[in-house]
Design a binder for this molecule. Structure first.
Ligand SMILES: *[C@@H]1O[C@H](CO)[C@@H](O)[C@H](O)[C@H]1NC(C)=O
Ligand SMILES: *[C@@H]1O[C@H](CO)[C@@H](O)[C@H](O)[C@H]1NC(C)=O
Length: 307
């Protein structure tokens, strides 16, 4: 892949900033953040490469993805992810940090429809990942580079949502997620990584998944069922399902029974809407790694309708 003029400019600014990064490396988390971003970009690039290799334009059209330029645009999305991989790899090397290599992945036995549904989740999670990491980046050149990728991931998300006849931008703010929340959503797709990859300070929480019969989109105010991993022990005491939002979070009481979790989707104009996350917590006021029991789960919630 060729670097564009814009990314060449980023590379130049990153090269200038690199000595400072190398010097401060032991205390600087920028290299870690870029490797975390690269971990996600590898996953996305592999996902699109597999889907585009497996399904033709006619396969997608037969599944209802027959919009003008749909396949061309899909291939462009896949190319963007590979350019992001190449860009972050070069930037990390330039800063003297070992870049992570691609892992092996398992996206399940995809059809054109489940491929696009998975793309919707991955693009939304990508936006939340860059947004959550932004506040931690110390080098302004990296922040601009990450912001430049974030806006493109957001446009990918709109394209995929539009292809699914979902609102392209269903909410005025996107939701930031932290490293462990994002990694929890990526981990189920990651089968094995090269032993030479630098270890990242991320861990996956136990999975929380929307039950098999969950409608999409969901309607605010309805109670839904989630699955926990079989045999998973939950802490004693009251539990909640937290819905992180751009300006805080909303909480519902959770009923947990036989590895099933039941909770109501909160109601409100500024409540869950579009691609949102649900996290099983021990607190009804804060979502931290310490209060997280399982999740996030990814849900699609229909726009708020005043009664
Ligand atoms: C796309 O598919 C839909 C549903 O099968 C059909 O109604 C529509 O005419 C198709 N559009 C094109 C451009 O082929
Ligand atoms: C929130 O949790 C506290 C206990 O930590 C409990 O007293 C309170 O009733 C809960 N509020 C709601 C709305 O569930």
């Amino acid at each position: 892949m060729k670097t564009s003029v814009l990314s060449a400019a980023f590379l130049a600014s990153i090269a200038t900033a690199a000595p400072a990064l190398v010097k401060r490396q032991s205390t600087d988390i920028d290299g870690v953040i870029l490797n975390y971003a690269l971990t996600l970009e590898h996953l996305e690039a592999a996902f699109y490469a597999q889907g585009i290799a497996k399904f033709s334009e006619q396969d997608f059209a037969a599944a209802g993805f027959n919009g003008s330029q749909f396949y061309r645009n899909l291939k462009e999305v896949g190319r963007d992810e590979q350019v992001h991989v190449d860009f972050l790899t070069t930037a990390l090397k330039g800063a003297g940090v070992t870049p992570v290599d691609a892992c092996t992945y398992d996206f399940g036995n995809l059809t054109p429809a489940t491929f696009i549904a998975t793309a919707q989740i991955l693009e939304g999670v990508g936006v939340s990942a860059y947004l959550g990491a932004a506040a931690l980046i110390t080098n302004k050149a990296y922040l601009t580079a990450a912001g430049s990728i974030l806006t493109v991931e957001a446009r990918h998300s709109s394209f995929v949502r539009n292809s699914l006849t979902l609102e392209p931008s269903p909410q005025p703010f996107d939701i930031p997620l932290d490293f462990n929340q994002v990694y929890s959503l990526a981990a189920p797709f990651i089968k094995a990584c090269p032993a030479t990859n630098p270890a990242l300070p991320v861990k996956a929480f136990p999975t929380l998944t929307a039950g098999a019969n969950t409608p999409s989109p969901l309607v605010q105010g309805t109670t839904i069922e989630f699955d926990l991993a079989a045999g998973m022990a939950v802490p004693a005491g009251p539990l909640y399902v937290a819905f992180p939002l751009a300006d805080g979070a909303m909480f519902s009481s959770a009923v947990v029974k036989d590895c099933k979790v039941y909770a109501r989707i909160p109601v409100g104009h500024t409540g869950p809407n579009g691609e949102v996350y649900a996290i099983l917590t021990t607190s009804n006021t804060t979502i931290t790694d310490d209060t997280t029991v399982a999740g996030p789960a990814v849900l699609e919630v229909a726009p708020f309708m005043a009664a």
